[in-house]
Ligand binder design. Sequence first.
Ligand SMILES: Cc1cc2nc3c(=O)[nH]c(=O)nc-3n(C[C@H](O)[C@H](O)[C@H](O)COP(=O)(O)O)c2cc1C
Ligand code: SF4
Ligand code: SF4
Length: 406
Amino acid sequence: MARLETEFLGVTFDNPFFIGSASPTLSGKHLQKIIDKGWGSFVVKTLSVDKNIRPDVRPRLASVRKDGTLSGLQNCELITTHHLDWWERELKPIQETGAPFVTSIMATPDLDDWAFMGRWAEEHGASIVELNVSCPHGCPEEHMGMFIGQDPQLVHDVTKAVKDEVSIPVMTKLTPNVMDITQVGKAAEKGGADALAAINTVAGIIDVDIYNATAAPFVLGKGTIAGNSGPQVRPIGLRIIAELAQSVNIPLSGIGGIDSWYNAIEYIMLGATTTQNVTAAMWYGFGIVEKWKQKTLAFMEEEGYDTIDDMVGAALDGVSSYDHLEVEDHLYPEVDDGKCLHCNRCTVACADTGGGAIKVPKINDINDEECLGCALCAVVCPVNAIEMVVRGGSRRWTRDEGPPQE
Ligand SMILES: Cc1cc2nc3c(=O)[nH]c(=O)nc-3n(C[C@H](O)[C@H](O)[C@H](O)COP(=O)(O)O)c2cc1C
Ligand code: SF4
Ligand code: SF4
């Protein structure tokens, strides 16, 4: 019998779907709603010592959409705008529910502030403390967030400062805006991190208004390089979780562009034990988790997984270095006539940027001689009517080995 209950850092959660630290976790009222809707847990909006609290700009969000569906979000929201005494009041009723939760904290490289905030989080009910060394906007200018997360030594030092101070597990949340995530992950691990969370937002510009010659997020006519999230960043998040899973020996919490139960399982199969979601919850509301839980359970039953843990890292063996990928030079497309809509996307794509091997109108008459085996036809097909199959013998080799002699 499949079950969603997940043990992470010694704490048992009802399911692995958390709401990440962001506007959805900005007050006690929001946190209570997350509990009521059945999420596994949440990460409280990033808190800091009172001297680091600033007001937010308005507005602070911009998006790109395709046919009304979210492709990506950009935000330049800061950490909480509230002082710690306000948070003390907000968290009290949440603590009384007994629901385990994570509190996100931030500070400058002042290690005393990190230690203080770690202690504060523990004393105010957190089961785990998450270190935000990864916000890419507003904070780096104040020597916080990504300013720390881009420097492995600082990541090590702040992680150690909190670890030395608290008895709850410490999870360091990493920025994707670095050259080599494994160096930063290892530095956090060396500093005593019990887990890593990744990714925070990707620094970028989501939109340029070419009529008014300005850029997102259009804060009273001006843009700024800020944090991008949602489906557009998922490949980066998945890549980073896979790289971390292959380079550190501590558990991971996967974040970035999770838009469905399927995406959450993708993160889990690349090595994450829990997942965090922000943008989808902002776009569709907290209610999405109910379906995610049902669909995940159905998938687990169908595929024979009893626990979430059974799926953790299951796809990692499928992530190889390029040199170990196999070459099969007799791989050609095969069209399923029963599925084909005769839309001709494959023929246009192949004629213009492939080998010109699929000719209209004889869609199933593929010229293997001209086919490059690129699979462009298969990826553009809107109904997955094309499968790549081995035809006319088989020749396989790895790049290391080189092609077999004729
Ligand atoms: C509006 C907004 C505010 C955010 N604020 C925080 C924050 O205070 N602390 C933090 O660690 N991450 C913050 N994030 C980053 C998210 O926690 C998350 O890492 C990122 O959005 C990627 O996940 P997603 O694609 O599911 O949104 C924020 C993201 C958004 C969209
Ligand atoms: S695999 Fe590439 S070259 Fe071959 S038919 Fe498809 S698009 Fe054309
Ligand atoms: S893209 Fe797919 S549906 Fe369209 S013609 Fe090609 S095989 Fe048929």
